[in-house]
Design a protein around this ligand. Structure first.
Ligand code: PLP
Length: 303
C-alpha cells in the first residue's frame, strides 16, 4: 500500500507511522468497528469526492446500528474527509473513515466504551484491475452464503460482517477466479464480497433487492444514470440460473467502480465481452466521477 504523510485521528492529523492503536482495542477483538470506502477523483475543478454526503450519512447510520455515541459531528467527519485529501496533496485517492470502540473495555458489551474516529486516505488504483474494468472479470458462485438475521444489519458497514466476504474472496482467488457472488440461504443472488451486482436481460437492468445486500452508493448512482438514459431498471429477486442466462452482468462499488463480468463459473456471459448497456453506463459513470458530465455535479464534493 502506498503511504502518504498524514492520517486524521480524533480531530488531529498524525504522521502515517504514528497512526496506531492499542492491542486491546475493543473493535480489534470483536469486529465492532464501522467504516466507509469513499473515492476522490481528479476533475477539471480539482479533486472532488464522489457522493461524500451519502457516505458520511451511511457511516453514521452504521454507527447508530452499532449503538455508538460518536464524539464527532457529521460536519466534522465530512470536513475531515476533504482535509485528508488536501493535507496529503492527493489528486485521486481512496478514503477510509473508521469509527471504532477503542481501548479500555473488554467483554462484548460496549457500556462506557470509548469511541474513536479516524480518516485515512491513500492512492489506490482499480480494485479489480484496469484490465477488469475494460474487458471484465471471471467470477464464481461462492460456497458461502450472505445471511443477516435483520435487514438493517445488511445495511451497515460493520467490520465483523466482512469475515464472510474475506473467506469468500479467498475461496475465489484460491480456485482461480477474481471475485465471488454470494446467495442468501434461499438461493437468491445477493451481491459480491464488496460490490453490488447487476444483470441485463432483454435490455432491462436488474439488480437484487437490498434485503441481504448493502444499499450501495454506486448501485444507486448507476440506477439513476440508467433511468435517465431511458433504460428500464428493476430490483428483483432472482437465482443463479437467471444469472447464468443474463445478456450482460457487472458489479458496482466504490472500490471496484463499475467492473463488467465476463464469465461466471467458467461459463461466458453472452459472448464473454462487456455488452452495450454495460459499456454505455460505464462510460457515463467514469465521466461523472471525473467531473466531465456536469448534469450530476451535485454528486461531487470539491476538496
Ligand atoms: C458488501 C458490499 N456490497 C456493496 C458495496 C458497494 O457499495 P458502494 O457502492 O456504496 O461502495 C460494498 C462497498 O462498500 C460492500 O462492502
Amino acid at each position: 500500500m502506498e503511504e502518504v504523510e498524514f492520517i486524521w485521528m480524533d480531530g488531529e492529523f498524525v504522521k502515517w507511522k504514528d497512526a496506531t492503536t492499542h492491542i486491546l482495542t475493543h473493535s480489534l477483538h470483536y469486529g465492532t468497528a464501522v467504516f466507509e470506502g469513499v473515492r476522490a477523483y481528479e476533475t477539471p475543478k480539482g479533486p472532488a469526492i464522489f457522493r461524500l454526503k451519502d457516505h458520511t450519512k451511511r457511516l453514521l447510520k452504521s454507527a447508530k446500528i452499532m449503538q455508538m455515541e460518536v464524539p464527532n459531528t457529521y460536519d466534522e467527519i465530512f470536513e475531515a474527509c476533504k482535509q485528508i485529501v488536501t493535507k496529503n496533496n492527493l489528486k485521486e485517492c481512496y478514503i477510509r473513515p473508521l469509527i471504532y470502540y477503542g481501548y479500555g473495555k473488554m467483554g462484548l458489551d460496549t457500556v462506557n466504551a470509548k469511541v474513536n474516529v479516524s480518516v485515512a486516505a491513500w492512492p489506490w488504483g482499480a480494485y479489480l484491475g484496469e484490465e477488469g474494468i475494460k474487458n471484465g472479470i471471471s467470477v464464481r458462485m461462492s460456497s458461502y452464503k450472505r445471511h443477516f438475521v435483520k435487514e438493517e444489519l445488511a445495511h451497515s458497514k460493520t467490520t465483523g460482517h466482512y469475515t464472510i466476504s474475506t473467506i469468500a474472496k479467498m475461496e475465489a482467488l484460491n480456485t482461480g477466479y477474481e471475485e465471488a457472488i454470494m446467495e442468501d440461504l434461499e438461493g437468491n443472488i445477493c451481491e459480491c464480497t464488496g460490490e453490488n451486482l447487476f444483470i441485463v436481460k432483454d435490455s432491462k437492468l436488474i439488480t437484487p433487492t437490498t434485503k441481504s445486500a448493502l444499499v450501495g452508493i454506486t448501485r444507486d448512482s448507476v440506477m439513476k444514470i440508467a433511468k435517465d438514459e431511458g433504460i428500464e431498471v428493476s430490483e428483483e429477486t432472482f437465482d443463479k440460473e437467471t444469472l447464468y442466462a443474463a445478456d450482460e452482468a457487472f458489479m458496482t462499488g466504490t472500490a471496484a467502480e463499475m467492473t463488467p463480468i465476463r464469465k461466471i463459473d467458467g461459463k461466458d456471459i453472452d459472448d464473454g465481452k462487456p455488452g452495450p448497456i454495460t459499456k454505455k453506463l460505464r462510460e457515463k459513470y467514469f465521466d461523472i466521477i471525473h467531473g466531465e458530465d456536469l448534469k450530476y455535479e451535485e454528486w461531487l464534493d470539491y476538496c
